[in-house]
Ligand binder design. Structure first.
Ligand code: KIV
Length: 288
C-alpha cells in the first residue's frame, strides 16, 4: 500500500482499474488514524454524526460548525485517505453562493479535500458552481437522510420504475455537472447496477447491492458499537460493544477490589530527609 495521499484523480481511476473503493465515516482523530492506517481510501465526516455522536434521531440538527469541528479533528488523524466532509442541512440548499461559502469553509478551516451534498438533478447547478470554484463534489442520491420528512422516513428509494428512472437521471445530471463520485444509498441492487454502468464516475454504495464501484459504512456500525442497530445493509465486522463492556467491567471490578492502580501504575515521592539551614534557621527537604 502506497503512503501517497489519495486524490480525486485516483478515485476516478478506480472505476476502471479497481480495486473497489472503501469508504468509512470517522468523526474524530483517533478513529480517523485507525481507519487511515488500516487502509481506508476515503474518510467521510458524515452528518450521520448527528445520530452517532450527538444522539439525535436524524441528521437535521447538524450545523456547518459541527461538521467543521469534526472535520478538523479527523484531518489531524489522517495521512493517506481522501477526506470528504458532508455539507449539512441548510448549509447549501438556499443558494449556490451559500454552497460555495459553506464548502469553502470545510476545505479552508476543516482541511477537507472534498464535500458531499445530497440531491440529484436539482442540485446540478450548485455542483457546477462548486466545481467552478475548485471544490471537488461527491454526490449522494437515493435515500437522502436530510429529506427524511419529505421521504416519509428512512425508506428504500427507487423501487418503482419511474422512481428508478429518476434516480438514473439524477446520477447522470450530477456526473455531468462535475461530481467525481456519487453515493447511492438504500436503492435496489438492480437500479444501482444500472446507474453504475451508466455514469463515468465511481458509485459508492450503502444498502445498494454489490455492483457499485465502492462501499461505505458508518464506522461505528461496521465495528458493532450498537448491537441494537442492525438494518439489513449493515454488517458488524466486530463486536466492540462486547469488547468495551467487558473491558469496563474489569476496570470496575479492580477499582472496587482495590487492585487498580497496582504498583506498576503508581508513582512515589522521592524520599527526602530534613536538613536544618543554620544560617537562615529553617528546615528544608534534601534527597536521601
Ligand atoms: O452521513 C453519512 O454518514 C453518510 C453516509 C452514510 C454515506 O452520508
Amino acid at each position: 500500500m502506497s503512503d501517497k495521499p489519495i486524490t480525486t484523480l485516483d478515485i476516478r481511476k478506480r472505476k476502471h482499474q479497481g480495486p473497489r473503493l472503501v469508504m468509512v465515516t470517522a468523526y474524530d482523530a483517533t478513529f480517523a488514524a485507525l481507519f487511515d492506517r488500516a487502509g481506508a481510501d476515503i474518510l467521510l465526516v458524515g452528518d450521520s454524526l448527528g445520530m452517532v455522536i450527538q444522539g439525535h434521531p436524524n441528521t437535521l440538527p447538524v450545523t456547518l460548525e459541527h461538521v467543521l469541528y469534526h472535520t478538523a479533528a479527523v484531518a489531524r488523524g489522517t495521512r493517506r485517505a481522501h477526506l470528504v466532509a458532508d455539507l449539512p442541512f441548510l448549509s447549501y440548499q438556499v443558494s449556490a453562493e451559500q454552497a460555495v461559502h459553506s464548502a469553502g469553509r470545510l476545505l479552508q478551516e476543516g482541511a477537507a479535500h472534498a464535500v458531499k451534498l445530497e440531491g440529484g438533478e436539482r442540485m446540478a447547478p450548485t455542483v457546477e458552481r462548486l466545481v467552478a470554484a475548485g471544490i471537488p463534489v461527491m454526490g449522494h442520491v437515493g435515500l437522502t437522510p436530510q429529506s427524511v420528512h419529505a421521504l416519509g422516513g428512512f425508506r428504500v428509494q427507487g423501487r418503482e420504475a419511474a422512481a428508478a428512472r429518476q434516480l438514473l437521471t439524477d446520477a447522470q445530471a450530477l456526473a455531468a455537472a462535475g461530481c467525481y463520485a456519487i453515493v447511492l444509498e438504500s436503492i435496489p441492487a438492480e437500479v444501482a447496477h444500472e446507474i453504475t454502468a451508466a455514469v463515468a464516475v465511481p458509485t459508492i454504495g450503502i444498502g445498494a447491492g454489490p455492483a457499485c464501484d465502492g462501499q461505505v459504512l458508518v464506522g461505528y456500525d461496521l465495528l458493532g458499537m450498537n448491537p441494537q442497530f442492525k438494518p439489513k445493509f449493515v454488517k458488524h465486522y466486530a463486536d466492540l460493544h462486547g469488547v468495551i463492556g467487558a473491558a469496563f467491567a474489569e476496570f470496575q471490578r479492580e477499582v472496587q477490589a482495590g487492585t487498580f492502580p497496582a504498583e506498576e501504575h503508581t508513582t512515589h515521592a522521592t524520599p527526602l530527609r530534613l536538613v536544618r539551614d543554620e544560617d537562615e534557621d529553617r528546615l528544608y527537604g534534601a534527597p536521601m
